[in-house]
Ligand binder design. Sequence first.
Ligand SMILES: *[C@@H]1O[C@H](CO)[C@@H](O)[C@H](O)[C@H]1NC(C)=O
Ligand SMILES: *[C@@H]1O[C@H](CO)[C@@H](O)[C@H](O)[C@H]1NC(C)=O
Ligand SMILES: *[C@@H]1O[C@H](CO)[C@@H](O)[C@H](O)[C@H]1NC(C)=O
Ligand SMILES: *[C@@H]1O[C@H](CO)[C@@H](O)[C@H](O)[C@H]1NC(C)=O
Length: 328
Amino acid sequence: MLWILVMAISAEATRKPKVYQVNLSNPPLTRWTHIQAEYASEIKVFAENYAAQVSKDELEGIVVLLENGYLTKEFSEELHGLANTVNITYNQAVFLNFMYEWNAYCTSIVVRLTNGTVIHGRNLDYMSSTFLMDTTVQIQVYKGTKYLYTSVGFAWYLGVGTGIGPGYSVSQNQRSQGGRDETFEALAKGYQGDLWVLRQSFINFQRYDEAMWYLSNIKVAASTYYIVAGLEQGSILVRNRDDIAGSMMLNDENWYLVQTNSDPWLKDPDGRRLTAMKKLDSIGQKNMNVDQLLGVLQTFPVINPTTVFTTIMVPESGYLNTTIYTSD
Ligand SMILES: *[C@@H]1O[C@H](CO)[C@@H](O)[C@H](O)[C@H]1NC(C)=O
Ligand SMILES: *[C@@H]1O[C@H](CO)[C@@H](O)[C@H](O)[C@H]1NC(C)=O
Ligand SMILES: *[C@@H]1O[C@H](CO)[C@@H](O)[C@H](O)[C@H]1NC(C)=O
Ligand SMILES: *[C@@H]1O[C@H](CO)[C@@H](O)[C@H](O)[C@H]1NC(C)=O
């Protein structure tokens, strides 16, 4: 069975994401729509099915909750833009961008080379991977003439799950801690979505230490892992909704950090962390580079049938390379 899965992965074709620009100086209603229009029919089909999981009343309740919480006027207008462009309802657009129940089993790794340069790699894993593979895009975000960050994400998604700016890169992995009810309570109190928080970080902060402070302290709607790489630094932030549960840092003892979906101080439940660590140890710090890290992330079960894409980032040079595992 496992062997068949491995064969299925290596037989898959890959492609590079299409690159777009977004200018935050443009009106929220239209600033993302040139991207969404190209994927309109796929997004419409998926969004309608996705929203059908909940009743009309439940959906309305969620939208009201979010509008009373962190859904700002600007964010709300961007969602109206998505709804208009792909011909779905505003409520469906909100629900599609509301990721409280996403079961994303991701792996993120940061490594430090002997000369100090830090490389950051991530696999994004998710169940509905075909839709995600088809709509994965790379978006360069500007405000005025200033370049802010590039995100690797989805044509219909307005937050940031994987991104790199001039001073740092961040990836987010899901952390299961407390359920849906606690997330709703947090949202009602105005706590922000975890991936909306990442977008705010890239817009407002250009330096690693500023981002670390913000991502350690801002209240988030769901517990999460933020994996942050700087020019020569790297950390895992283990977040509770209100505070930080713990953190790990690159240092003289640890030239790499591996984060999957369990707390780093607990036993590896599924073999992904240990497989990645064994592979990193066998390569060694002296031989590490962007291609070797890609190889680690493409080792089963670190890569698995739900893997949508692998991204390698180097904040020191601005290197960004994404491999999408296509469904055909
Ligand atoms: C928009 O979606 C509705 C409902 O799915 C459909 O009836 C209508 O034909 C669509 N409009 C366009 C312009 O495609
Ligand atoms: C460190 O080494 C890597 C790989 O040889 C190189 O790409 C990078 O630019 C170097 N970093 C610095 C700060 O010289
Ligand atoms: C973004 O839009 C503003 C206002 O229209 C414009 O001045 C700026 O040059 C644009 N930035 C880019 C990178 O095109
Ligand atoms: C990006 O990664 C691919 C492997 O997926 C590799 O073939 C290619 O050379 C890389 N591009 C750069 C610019 O390093």
